[in-house]
Ligand binder design. Structure first.
Ligand code: XMP
Length: 510
């Protein structure tokens, strides 16, 4: 693609992805690369700017990451942030010292608005600091352009060489005008033109897909999730009826969801195949209550059904996968323990004969995938869908799955979601759902004794789903949900709210 590109060199800072997102929010395409990326590779990418992230090290640590001095001599503007700033100072002959106390948090900072970094911004404002070391002597040719009480070089620059550095973090919200500072760097130092918009992206992606696919046949496994739906929409615009989407409905979707997925693609130019395979999945799961066996059984059956359908289409040239950018950069955790075997269509290529994989979303973050979905005209409900596990409600029914339990859970979950949306909390709580426990307890309804199921409600807030907090749903909302569910759904007489964080709990119960 012919976008201008900025490279973010990752020195291990916790905000490195955030920097990339901010750059993209400024309308500039950027990619995160490991700090060890060879300089030849960087030159080949022909970036208009380079940003060094922060990192956990001190430049004096024995194994702290370094850069070649050559990177500052390419004529490409460089912005160093935190560790990146110190590394720039040290590499170019300045001095970095260790402070007696760490400077952390919101810090009043003075800016020199003659610097293009701070052009048009306030002379005094709050920046977010988080560092132990500091730049105590500037490299030759540099001047100070921001300072705070305990950090004499909060920012430095050598405009002639287009080298800039900030000790604080412009990418976090706590730094007032931080995004504007990045914008200044991008537009005023790097000469960015802002050619990264979703409209442009969609147009170029469609052209590229057409050029690649020609009149070949394309196959896509549609789960109804955001990524596969947006990929389907994009491919449909690019190749129309040469695309076949197979939606394997295992019967464990939420209430009405299978029909909603089908309806969402009714008017699109694609071959849409919905396979109603509930009976097949149910029969495989008869007597199964172990969570991992459930997951594996569903995963295997899913592949089998998909494969059978794919064979009906005949020879396929391309298989589409909805891989997104974080999937790529987060891979490589090969030694991690298996907590849950995730059902993932990534396993399909072994089973279907095809020439090549197309991953049209591989450059995008999740929020960009959503923007693209809207740009392509996908239903908002689909675009804003919360994450849903591949095995669906099967792993939200503890113990053996029966038709009765499935319908109890679908009804209860529907009410929960409806009330959360009514309370206006649906975008604040990142994932919320009901779980049907395998426990029964005694209750009283009218004048009679009941002995029914306990339903658990789970709501979490999270940024990455790797860690999560339980959502602080107001009591009044919980009260209303509880009253509606016990009144409207047969066989539930008790409702509990899950107040565990992840870790130690996981988000799903199985
Ligand atoms: P856990 O339960 O591991 O879930 O804390 C983290 C996130 O992953 C989702 N999840 C899945 N997503 N296939 C998926 O595509 C799966 O098999 C699967 N299992 C869990 C879960 O809903 C949460 O968002």
């Amino acid at each position: 693609m012919s976008h201008q590109q900025v490279i973010v060199l990752d020195f291990g800072g916790q905000y490195n992805q955030l920097i990339a997102r901010r750059v993209r929010e400024c309308g500039v395409y950027c990619e995160v690369k490991p700090c060890k990326t060879p300089i030849e590779e960087i030159k080949k990418a022909n970036p208009v700017g380079i940003i060094f992230t922060g990192g956990p090290n001190s430049v004096y640590d024995e194994n702290s990451p370094k850069v070649s001095r050559e990177i500052f001599e390419l004529g490409i503007p460089v912005l160093g942030i935190c560790y990146g700033a110190q590394l720039m100072a040290q590499t170019l002959g300045g001095t970095v010292s260790t402070a007696t106390t760490r400077e952390y948090g919101k810090t009043e900072t003075d800016y020199d608005t003659a610097s293009i970094l701070f052009d048009g911004l306030s002379k005094k404002d709050i920046s977010w600091m988080s560092h132990g070391d500091y730049i105590s002597k500037l490299p030759d040719g540099f001047r100070v352009c921001a300072s705070s009480a305990s950090c004499p070089v909060a920012a430095m620059e050598n405009p002639e060489k287009k080298l800039y550095a900030m000790q604080f973090h412009p990418e976090v919200n706590h730094t007032a005008n931080g995004v504007k500072m990045l914008h200044n760097f991008l537009y005023k130092a790097c000469g960015c033109v802002g050619d990264w918009t979703m409209g442009d992206y969609a147009k170029t992606a469609i052209e590229e897909i057409r050029a690649k696919v020609g009149s070949g046949k394309v196959l896509l496994a549609l789960s109804g999730g955001v990524d596969s739906s947006v990929a389907a929409a994009l491919l449909s615009k690019a190749v129309g009826r040469n695309l076949t989407c197979i939606f394997v409905d295992h019967g464990f979707m939420r209430k009405n969801e299978g029909d909603e997925v089908e309806a969402a693609f009714k008017d699109w130019d694609v071959n849409f195949v919905r396979v109603n395979a509930k009976e097949r999945f149910m029969s495989k799961l008869r007597g199964v209550s172990d969570p991992e066996t459930k997951r594996k059984t569903i995963g295997e059956e899913f592949i089998r059904v998909f494969e059978e359908e794919a064979k009906k289409i005949g020879k396929v040239d391309f298989l589409v996968q909805g891989t997104i950018y974080p999937d790529i950069i987060e891979s490589g955790t090969g030694d991690a323990a298996v907590i849950k075997s995730h059902h993932n269509v990534g396993g399909l290529p072994d089973y279907v004969d095809f020439k090549e994989i197309i991953e049209p979303l591989r450059l995008l973050f999740k929020d960009e995938v959503r923007k693209l979905g809207i740009e392509l005209g996908l239903d908002e409900k689909l675009v804003w869908r919360q994450p849903f596990p591949g095995p669906g409600l099967a792993i939200r029914i503890i113990g053996e799955i029966t038709d009765e339990k499935l319908s109890i859970l679908q009804d209860a979950d529907y009410i929960f979601r409806e009330e959360i949306a009514k309370a206006g909390l649906d975008k604040q709580i990142h994932q919320y759902f009901a779980v049907l426990t395998n426990m029964r307890s005694v209750g009283v309804m009218g004048d009679g004794r009941t002995y029914d199921y306990t339903l658990a409600l789970r709501g979490v807030t999270t940024t990455d789903f790797m860690t999560a907090d339980f959502a602080k749903i107001p009591y009044e909302v919980l009260e209303k949900i509880s009253a509606r569910i016990v009144n409207e759904v047969k066989s539930i007489n008790r409702i509990v709210y899950d107040i565990t964080t992840k870790p130690p709990a996981t988000i799903e119960w199985e």
